[in-house]
Design a protein around this ligand. Structure first.
Ligand code: SF4
Length: 400
């Protein structure tokens, strides 16, 4: 296997990014279909109409990997995440075939975290064991709530009993299970939120993702907005989480993520630490550092039909593809890494952006002077105030 090589390059007249080594590389696979579109969701997914062309889609995913090989040649894959949409619409045999193709084309590390998202429908629950047998070692279930009224308000197609069965069944077959829950649902009280979290914890997950419901543009909720809890109620939910979840064995490690010790999500942590990822599938994003020191981003076309047909040459069609500028890589790194509650190693800024830490000395000092950030030679860490006003802290690092 080819080793990751040190990279040095120069450009006249600008800061010269220098990489000691290329960042870790993950693989993201997007499955862009759902049974029905939830009214709050702005992820790219399509309502499935007609038969799912599993074989056809797997064939184009293989095409994507093969065409990306020159960009990532010899680099090992540290984690795989099959997300969507609803990947659990795929059969276990399809996921098995897909992972076999991935392993035949890419050097996947033996201990790689391999996650898949699943919805809590009966149809999906029956496949959990078979998914485990394909090599998936972490299941992430979109529970959102156990409250029947809130599930209905969210337009979810599963009910409380299916959510409970899915969470418990997942834990029978997987050592690592994440449950997604939403915070601040329409009309939700603190007590109802506490019940959701306590019910989730009783199912023994190893990881909880607790995302606040926000109204996104171009969704049905944006057209007919539900009444959401006010700031005081949201604050009380946040405070309760901070106090109660550590007693239940969960550590808060990222804005929305809580984990039992040693169970942090490796794949998402790689995103937040500005690692690289190859994204395949309709609407999938990639961020790749090249051996010549450039960082590129690209996104496959969103429409699954157009994506599967390919461009005029039958190749992967991209909606956008561009090089990340020096200014943008500073901001992109800080925007992501500041999400970690306990901060990040200071050296990572240089390792992942190829830029000297001195290039952000002014915003670092400004953030420290506002008591939003603590900077030491070893770590850069948001203060409790910085975590509370994370958007303000991140904005300090925006390019002029
Ligand atoms: S199932 Fe998930 S991805 Fe699909 S529409 Fe609902 S929230 Fe979005």
């Amino acid at each position: 296997m080819m080793q990751e090589q040190p990279v040095h390059f120069r450009r006249a007249g600008e800061i010269q990014p220098i990489f000691g080594s290329l960042p870790p590389l993950a693989l993201y696979i997007h499955i862009p279909w759902c049974i029905r579109k939830c009214p709050y969701c702005d992820f790219y997914s399509n309502r499935l109409t007609g038969e799912l062309d599993e074989d056809g889609y797997i064939a184009v995913l293989q095409r994507d990997i093969e065409q990306a090989l020159p960009l990532i040649w010899g680099r090992r894959i540290i984690s795989i995440f099959i997300g969507g949409g609803t990947p659990s619409l795929f059969s276990a045999a399809g996921i098995d075939r897909l992972l076999s193709i991935v392993r035949s084309l890419l050097p996947v590390m033996p201990d790689a975290e391999i996650s898949m998202e699943a919805n809590p429908g009966t149809f999906e629950i029956e496949k959990f064991k078979a998914y485990r047998d394909t090599g998936i070692n972490r299941l992430s279930i979109g529970i959102q709530s156990f409250n029947p009224g809130h599930l209905q308000a969210l337009g979810r197609i599963h009910g409380r009993e299916e959510a409970l069965t899915a969470a418990k069944t997942a834990r029978q077959w997987f050592d690592q299970v994440n449950l997604d829950l939403m915070v601040g649902l329409p009309g939700q009280t603190l007590e109802q939120f506490q019940q959701d979290v306590q019910t989730a914890v009783a199912c023994d997950p190893t990881h909880l993702s607790l995302y606040q419901l926000t109204i996104e543009p171009n969704t049905p909720f944006a057209v007919h907005p539900p009444v959401l809890p006010d700031e005081d109620v949201l604050d009380s939910m946040q405070q309760w989480m901070e106090q109660a979840l550590p007693d239940m064995g969960f550590q808060h490690y990222e804005v929305s993520a809580w984990a039992k010790p040693g169970c942090q999500c490796q794949h998402n942590s790689n995103y937040w630490l500005y690692g690289d990822y190859l994204g395949i599938g309709a609407a999938a994003h990639s961020k790749i550092t090249l051996p010549d020191g450039k960082i590129i981003r690209r996104m496959c076309v969103r429409n699954p039909g157009a994506y599967m047909v390919g461009d005029e040459a039958g190749k992967t069609p991209f909606e956008e593809a561009f090089e990340v500028s020096v200014d943008d890589r500073r901001f992109e790194f800080m925007m992501n890494a500041l999400r970690f509650v306990n901060g990040f190693p200071t050296r990572l800024f240089e390792e992942r952006t190829g830029l000297p830490l001195a290039s952000i000395s002014e915003p670092l000092q400004l953030a420290e002077s506002k008591n939003l950030l603590k900077v030491t030679p070893a770590t850069i860490c948001p203060t409790p105030l910085g975590m509370r006003f994370l958007n303000d802290l991140q904005e300090i690092f925006l390019p002029d």
